[in-house]
Design a protein around this ligand. Structure first.
Ligand code: MG
Ligand code: MG
Length: 257
């Protein structure tokens, strides 16, 4: 069942997304060698609650954090804890906000201090692939057009797309139909219509696309231990240009980029 949102409902998701985007920036200010992942989690949770929201992830199927924090070879669903960030790491912060009955969801992968040129390229390509996917999230297109655009760009850049985890519809629940794979064939899958809200979220590996789950029952990491990056936005399908409801601009202001 796909739920199309009214313009009033999209207005609420826009508000949810604003709190989320600003919560991300609060976390961004603290990304540095020596910081523990649980301290980042606390800051996000406090910001979200102070602004009338609820962290979407906390308690979701029993997940203990407000953030998923995934370092280096960890792809997604890392649990905040006593892990300390180290110079040269990359760290993915994934966060969701539930506000006035609606969820929003966004992720960003940061370099911690100086990283290698190959890692910089991984971050750049993953972020750019997100926007190429988003460009295709317009009415009349199909789900496969999004995944096709992401996959082609990522693979042409020499990296690989994770298949086991996908983007999703979002609204009154965090994960709704349809699934939004980051791979696919042009012209295939569900037809996109105005009012569909999607979380588009390429997960890109430097090495092979294979992933495994760690023994904590949550964390997904690359099988070959090479790094992985993840960028995500919540997007409204419109007639014509899609509207990106979350924004990375507050994060990028922190870093002057
Ligand atoms: Mg997310
Ligand atoms: Mg998501």
């Amino acid at each position: 069942m796909i739920y199309y949102k009214s313009s009033e409902e999209i207005d609420i998701i826009r508000e949810s997304a604003e709190i989320l985007s600003r919560a991300h920036a609060e976390v961004a200010k603290l990304i540095a060698p020596g910081v523990t992942t649980q301290s980042l989690d606390r800051v996000a949770e406090e910001y979200i609650k102070d602004h009338g929201g609820v962290p979407s992830f906390k308690g979701y199927n029993g997940f203990p954090g407000s953030l998923c924090i995934s370092v280096n070879e960890q792809v997604v669903h890392g649990i905040p804890g006593t892990t300390t960030l180290t110079e040269g790491d990359i760290v993915t912060i994934d966060c969701g906000v539930f506000y006035k009955g609606f969820h929003s969801d966004a992720a960003y992968t940061y370099p911690v201090g100086e990283v290698t040129e190959e890692v910089k390229k991984l971050l750049k390509v993953t972020k750019e692939s997100l926007y190429l996917g988003i460009e295709n999230a317009k009415s009349g297109n199909r789900i496969g057009d999004i995944g096709f655009a992401i996959q082609r760009y990522v693979e042409d850049s020499g990296f690989s797309v994770v298949r086991e985890l996908v983007g999703h519809g979002i609204g009154k629940t965090l994960h709704e139909s349809p699934e939004v794979p980051n791979y696919g064939k042009r012209g295939r899958g569900t037809k996109l219509k105005s009012g569909l809200i999607l979380a588009i979220e390429p997960m890109v590996n430097m090495g092979t696309r294979n992933v495994i789950q760690e023994s904590d029952g949550w964390t997904i990491r690359t099988r070959d231990h090479k790094p992985s990056a993840h960028f995500e936005h919540t997007v409204a399908v419109m007639n014509g240009t899609p509207e990106i409801l979350t924004t990375h601009k507050y994060i990028e202001e922190v870093f002057n980029i």
